[in-house]
Ligand binder design. Structure first.
Ligand SMILES: [Mn+2]
Length: 315
């Protein structure tokens, strides 16, 4: 059982569904799914929604507010967000539920109800179980968006496990249409994204260490998609950075299934950057992100060196 009596009670209050910065499909889908069973719930994305996240919202006519209220006199449900910084500012409230599947959850106030399932390949899969335990029904819209969350968070099922397919199967029994989801998400990318990915490849530097290849690049935006594409090109570890004029910078990192299966873990690399440069990090062994301040190139270099050190420890 994921839910205790207290968390069940908290679902009965006025709900604010808070999704992480630059919300991805998993986060947006989890919020939309909960809104299909709690019609009055508000969805809030304090730092915007990714382009695919927006697609899912638009296809379902969902309204997402972009500024989080200062206070909330019901329950705030943080989705797909391992720490408060990822979805902040969190409104002042008595009641918080966190539903997440990232490796490490931290920084939430003591009274928070934490539903943490790091073995699940998406938050969407946790939502299926939550809705079941609340004795509510998954309708077609709910099933479709959750399938979209699973589809993207598992990299089109490349990182799926046994349970992922059981969850997807439950969704299909409840009306999800795999082809609808796939054609919505695989439709053509905006030009600016395509150009960014090409620039990421153009400015890429790479080194080989043993049989492993580490690629790095800097882009203006879309760093996670850029990192993913460097893996498709043949890198085992991709580290892509971006920064803004305020001096804030972001790293997005990806690792190939091959190196992850040997025990390589990106969250460890980014945690060591937090020790050196503060900031916050989170994610999974094969896909992780870091937010901080400082010189992007220097921090990419540190991440690269840390990766080389970890490669030396692999079997
Ligand atoms: Mn997720």
């Amino acid at each position: 059982m994921l839910l205790n009596d207290n968390s069940k009670k908290l679902f009965g209050k006025k709900l604010l569904l808070l999704i992480h910065h630059h919300a991805d499909v998993d986060a947006v889908a989890s919020a939309i799914a909960l809104q299909t069973v709690f019609k009055e719930a508000l969805i809030c994305a304090p730092d915007g929604v990714s382009s695919h996240g927006q697609k899912i919202a638009e296809a379902n006519n969902i309204e997402i507010i972009l500024e989080s209220p200062n206070e909330w006199d019901g329950t705030v449900i943080a989705l797909d967000s391992p720490n408060p910084e990822h979805c902040g500012p969190v409104p002042k409230t008595e009641n918080i539920i966190v539903i997440d599947h990232h490796t490490k959850i931290e920084g939430w106030p003591a009274k928070t109800e934490i539903i943490h399932q790091p073995n699940k390949t998406s938050t969407a899969e946790i939502i299926i179980q939550v809705i079941n335990e609340l004795d509510l029904k998954i309708n077609k819209k709910c099933a479709n968006v959750l399938l979209a969350g699973i589809y993207t968070d598992t990299g089109q099922f490349r990182h799926a496990n046994n349970e992922t397919f059981s969850s997807a199967s439950i969704l299909c029994e409840n009306g999800a249409e795999p082809q609808e989801v796939i054609s919505l998400l695989d439709s053509e990318r905006p030009l600016i994204q395509k150009v960014t990915f090409l620039k990421a490849a153009q400015n890429m530097k790479w080194i080989q260490h043993g049989k492993w290849i580490i690629a790095t690049s800097i882009v203006g935006s879309f760093e996670s998609g850029s990192a993913r594409h460097l893996i498709i090109l043949g890198a085992d570890i991709a580290i892509v950075g971006s920064s803004n004029k305020k001096g804030e910078m972001r790293l997005s990192t990806r690792a190939s299934n091959q190196i992850v299966s040997k025990g390589f873990n990106l969250t460890k690399i980014l945690e060591s950057i937090c020790e050196i440069n503060e900031g916050s990090s989170g994610g999974h062994p094969g896909a992780a992100g870091y937010n901080g301040t400082g010189d992007t190139e220097a921090i990419i270099e540190i991440a690269k060196q840390e990766s080389i050190n970890k490669i030396k420890e692999l079997s």
